[in-house]
Design a protein around this ligand. Sequence first.
Ligand code: SF4
Ligand code: SF4
Length: 129
Amino acid sequence: MANSNPIVKCSVDQCTHWMSGDQCMAAKIGIYNDEETGQSETSSDTQCKSFHAGKGVGDYVGALHNANIGGSIKAAFADGTQITPAVECYVNNCKFWDQGNYCKAPSIEVNGMNVAKSSETDCNTFEEG
Ligand code: SF4
Ligand code: SF4
């Protein structure tokens, strides 16, 4: 499963990595458990640690160090190409988790309402298994 790399759909448009079409332009994202309990029982316990709150232009530039520039350029040339980051996941009780912190789901959905910090985001695809 060394090359597992689910397509990431994300609706968290408060994040500087978010792009229209529910795409994430980060090069890599990390999905983590709930910070306090260190585990996840439901998808609301999971979070995208790579969330970066967008407040202004300075923050946007700051996020570019983790930008999927290659993917963005490719998408510009091939209309309809999904930009999608590499996924590293630490939620090892999810049925899609695999050794090496891989996610073997074909696609994942990240979401959250009025998000101000990463703990308010969720990997909605989490399923206990
Ligand atoms: S919250 Fe995570 S998946 Fe969504 S755009 Fe930000 S970094 Fe990408
Ligand atoms: S679907 Fe499961 S294994 Fe994949 S990123 Fe989400 S929590 Fe991690």
